[in-house]
Design a protein around this ligand. Structure first.
Ligand SMILES: Nc1ncnc2c1ncn2[C@@H]1O[C@H](COP(=O)(O)OP(=O)(O)OP(=O)(O)O)[C@@H](O)[C@H]1O
Length: 300
């Protein structure tokens, strides 16, 4: 059984001319867990993963696997499985053929081909030409390729992008399984909702900088609480809130007030003689926290 090692980013910075693509990024990705590497398009995820895999040289800092840079791993294919962009396959080759070529080139046991095809659920299509595969089947084949060397670490860039609901369900379970086997699994995405059901931890970057890291549940405490309040006389309510120094904005169900305690808003309305028709705390979800985190963040 492969044992995962931690992935460590330590003060990693990458500048492309005047563009600070990644800025002093430090975090650790633990084995046995699925970690979502999240951020909006252009946040610096791909550049970070490319540095991790030795494809781009950092301006400063180090990104390592158990303390060893990718290029110094004695046997990289059996240590790290990586899929950086939608893999392109020769349409005339079968899946078995395709993986067989890779296995031979990497000096891996040919028996691994059937094992990984089975793991990704492609056994019965192994001898079909890849040209006839759906996008979901191609994604599975790409994953099969990353597993050929039975690596303890998996680095996958946007593996869920473009999958249909069935494919999404499958890959979520699959990622969980890989982590349960003790592997380190790092998965990038620009959508929290896409990976929310399969990740244990999140690392969130925006504008090249780390804005949050921790267990998925830690995002809950990041949410800014709000209260929704409404009145048959909304102008009077708005005036009372303003007079009490509470900022507010129009929302679908009334006014959205930046406050955590509905009782405080009820008191302000009561003291001003304003009748209220709606008063409740607005539950903020993980997605709200994620969006507010990536909307803030530092300058490049
Ligand atoms: N080779 C390069 N030369 C110049 N600028 C680059 C280069 N590669 C990336 N950048 C810039 O670095 C920033 C981060 O890009 P990167 O592709 O890493 O973001 P990302 O989070 O992966 O986004 P996406 O999900 O859209 O790929 C962007 O501003 C991008 O334009």
């Amino acid at each position: 059984m492969p044992i995962g090692v931690p992935i460590e980013f330590a003060g990693v910075t990458k500048r492309f001319g005047a563009v600070n693509a990644v800025n002093d990024l430090s975090f650790t990705v633990e084995p046995g867990r699925v970690t979502g590497f999240l951020g909006p398009n252009g946040a610096g995820k791909t550049t970070s993963l490319r540095m991790l895999l030795g494809l781009v040289r950092p301006t400063s800092g180090t990104a390592t696997f158990g303390g060893v840079p990718y290029r110094q791993l004695p046997n990289p294919l059996t240590a790290v499985g990586a899929a950086l962009e939608a893999a392109s396959f020769h349409p005339g080759r079968t899946a078995r053929n395709h993986l067989g070529v890779y296995a031979a080139a990497a000096g891996l046991d040919k028996a691994r081909v059937d094992i990984v095809l089975g793991k990704v659920g492609l056994s019965e299509y192994a001898d079909r030409r890849v040209g006839g595969y759906s996008l979901g089947m191609r994604q599975r084949l790409g994953l099969a390729g990353t597993l050929l060397g039975d690596p303890g670490v998996l680095v996958l860039d946007e593996p869920i992008n473009g999958l249909d609901p069935e494919g999404i369900k499958w890959i979520r379970l699959f990622l969980r399984e890989l982590a349960a086997e003790g592997r380190t699994v790092l998965v990038s995405s620009h959508l929290l909702s896409e990976v929310q059901q399969s990740v244990d931890d999140v690392v969130i970057i925006a504008r090249g900088q780390l804005v949050h890291r921790g267990p998925l549940s830690s995002l809950d405490t990041e949410a800014t609480p709000h209260v929704i309040v409404n009145s048959p006389t909304p102008e009077a309510l708005a005036a009372a809130l303003t007079a009490a120094g509470l900022s507010h904005a129009p929302a679908r169900a009334g006014l959205l007030v930046a406050a955590s305690d509905p009782a405080q808003i009820g008191h302000v309305a009561f003291a001003a003689g304003v009748e209220i028709s709606v008063l409740h705390r607005q539950e903020t979800g993980l997605e709200d926290s994620f969006l507010s985190l990536i909307a803030g963040g530092g300058e490049r």
